[in-house]
Each structure stands twice: as C-alpha cells, then as structure tokens.
Design a protein around this ligand. Structure first.
Ligand SMILES: Cc1ncc(COP(=O)(O)O)c(C=O)c1O
Length: 380
C-alpha cells in the first residue's frame, strides 16, 4: 500500500506534462540563443510558453522570467532589490518559507534593517502592525510576505497588502509558490511587484519555475553570463522544464474549478473524520476563513509516541509531512508552528496535503492508521 498526502512538498507528474516534454525532446533540441533554424524553433517555443503563461496572470510576456525553482525566484528578488533597487529595509514575517526567511537573514546580516510583522495564532498577518511599520520609516522598503503558507495554509490578503505598499511606496514581493495553479491570480490587480512559481507543486517537473517581475521594475541578472531572458537570467534556458511548466499551468487552469471543489471536499472530509475521532484533543493550524484548500495542518499532543508519527505512518506506506519538506531532518521542529504558538513544544504538527489524485478511500485508510497510532492525553 502507498498513499501520498504530501502534495504541498511536490506533486506527481501529470501524464500530459510528461507527454508534452517527451514530444518536445523527440522533436527539438536547438539552443534558443542560436540564430539558425534549430535555434529559432527553440526560441519560438520558449516565447510561446512565456506568452501563454503570462496570459494566465494578467501579465505581459516580458514580466515572466524563467528560473530553476521557487527558491531561485525568491533569492533573485531579495538580492536584486537590495543591489539594484537600493532597498535598505525589509519587512517580512517569521513564518515565511526558508527560501525567503534564510535569504533575508543571510543578506541582511548587517547592512539592511529587517522588521518582522506580527502574526496571530492562525498565521494571519497583523495589517495594522504592517501599516505602523511602513509608516515608521522613510527607508526604501521591500515587503516580502508569502501568499499561502506552505505548512499551515493561511492566505495573505494580497490586495490589502498591495494597497498598503502602494500608499507607503514600498516594493511588494509575495512567494506564490503554493497558490499558482490553485487560484486565479492577477498580479497587477493584486498590486504585487514580484512573485514566484515552481512547476513541481502543480504536477509539473522539479527544477523549473518563474519569477514575475513587474514591468515598472528594473533588475539585473543574479547570474553572470549570457544575455538570456532579456539579460535577466544568464544560462541556456531549461527548454524541457519550461515545456513542462507551461503544460502544467495550462492544465491547472483548465480544470481549476472542478479540482478546487474536489480537493476542498477531500479536505473537509478528512477534517470531519479527525474531529469525530480525536475531538478537542487535536488542534487545526492556520486560518479557518482564508486558507489553501490543498493543505490540512493538524497538531497532535506532544509525547514520545506522537513525536514519531510521520515515521510510523511512513512504515505503513503513508507519506505525510511534519512541516515543510525542506525542513525534514531538521531537529528543531517547525519554525512556523513556533512562530504562531507560545507553547509550540506541546504539539506535534502533521501536514496532510492533497491533490486531484487523492481519494476518500485513501483518507479512510489514513484515518484507520491514525486511530491506531495516535496517543492522546499522554504527558510529554
Ligand atoms: C512557499 C514555498 N516557497 C518556495 C518553495 C521552494 O520551491 P522550490 O522547491 O521550487 O525551490 C516551496 C517549496 O516547498 C514553497 O512551498
């Protein structure tokens, strides 16, 4: 038996994505920078992908820069905002993905002021505090706050943050890795200057994504080399990956409404079963009003048994995450749970994350395993 409930970490490749990539590999291998017919064919492909991807987000093709992953997109934004835009202050939160949190910590060690906006126990950003921070300084500021938290699913009110950034003339970056392909998004309308996407979260290949860079903003390439991506990212384009990214975004938006309804039903089904089985002995993490429907984060009481739950479920062929996949192996537990609860050590958080392939039968099997494995009311 094998059940995969870790789609926020990565998703299974869609057969249509595999087909698009293999068709491309069989048909074409030119370097898009070459001027001969092989190169022109590749160039045409990459620009078609860019144009069609941009259209999904109300963006112009020139605003989409292909990158190697969400992490690179986040890194480039923060690094280039400091180096090229003269940003001397960053406002972020303690519960960002490490692609942002660690980048901010490393890059801002001494020369850049960093302020962390308050978040409540649901992981919701305190907008009044954000405004206070924005109003309190004349420094050129970048606000970087993720659209949906990958561990607990809480969603940021993008438009409200975008409006605040506009009022106080701050740049606004949002890591949209968990929301691209799961929600209709119009970056211009949201008032965001930079966003990030990663194909492997939406049934596309690992190792490819994009950075949305609003046309009013001029950055330099983080990588030094050739003039690819209109001088914004040196290095020969990952043509196969871009083909897969393009197909995965096309498919995600084609069936968005039905997939969203289906996955939401799966999430509610599991939530209902968890409540019926464990009642108030467990705690659901994240916002209850504005949340990512692919993620259900639950905290079980911390004890020696429950501390090993992800491992014990894995032994039964059930893949779940104890937080972010990028953190697995880290001994300190989830920085997100620590960021929202004072008594974080009382809890063992498990993240169940779903896709269009998850079935109710699988949830039933996972519930049987949890019923057998979870221990309640055992002191830590
Ligand atoms: C919110 C968020 N940002 C960034 C990343 C990193 O994306 P990638 O794996 O493409 O570097 C992830 C992946 O876990 C994520 O969930």
């Amino acid at each position: 038996m094998s059940i995969y409930l870790d789609s926020a970490a990565t998703t299974q490749l869609d057969p249509e994505v595999i087909k698009a990539m293999t068709d491309f590999m069989n048909d074409s291998f030119g370097n898009p920078s070459a001027t001969h017919s092989f190169g022109r064919k590749a160039k045409n492909k990459v620009e078609t992908c860019r144009r069609e991807i941009a259209a999904h987000f109300g963006a112009q093709p020139s605003e989409i820069i292909f990158t190697s992953c969400g992490t690179e997109s986040d890194n480039m934004t923060i690094r280039c905002a400091i180096d090229d835009l003269g940003v001397t202050r960053i406002i972020s939160s303690e519960i960002e993905h490490k692609a942002v949190l660690s980048t901010v910590k490393v890059l801002c060690a001494d020369k850049i002021q960093v302020d962390y906006v308050k978040v409540n126990e649901f992981g919701e950003v305190d907008l009044a505090h954000l405004e206070e921070l924005l109003a309190g300084s004349d420094k050129k500021t970048l606000v970087t706050l993720m659209h949906a938290n990958n561990e607990i699913g809480t969603i940021l009110p993008m438009k409200k943050v975008g409006d605040l950034c506009k009022t106080y003339k701050a740049y606004f970056h949002s890591d949209t890795v968990q929301t691209v392909g799961h929600f209709p998004l119009n970056f211009e309308e949201m008032g965001v200057h930079f966003t990030a996407c990663s194909a492997h979260k939406i049934h596309g290949p690992q190792g490819v994504g994009f950075l949305y860079l609003n046309k009013k903003i001029g950055l330099n390439s983080m990588l030094i080399g050739g003039g690819q991506e209109r001088g914004l990212r040196a290095g020969t384009e990952n043509m196969i990956g871009i083909t897969g990214l393009h197909k995965s975004i096309e498919l995600a938006y084609k069936t968005l409404d039905e997939d969203r309804a289906y996955i939401t039903e799966i999430r509610e089904y599991m939530k209902g079963k968890l409540i019926a089985q464990f009642g108030d002995q467990i705690r659901f993490n994240g916002s209850t009003t504005d949340y990512l429907y692919t993620v259900l984060s639950v905290s079980f009481p911390n004890n020696e048994n429950n501390a090993l739950l992800t491992f014990k479920l894995d032994m039964k062929g059930i893949a779940v995450s104890g937080g972010s996949a990028c953190n697995s192996g880290a001994s300190q537990g989830s920085h997100v749970i620590r960021g929202i609860y004072e008594n974080a050590s009382d809890y063992v958080p498990l993240r169940f994350s779903f896709s269009k392939h998850t079935s109710k039968q699988e949830i039933d099997t996972v519930m049987e395993a949890l019923t057998e494995l979870v221990e309640l009311n055992v002191p830590a």
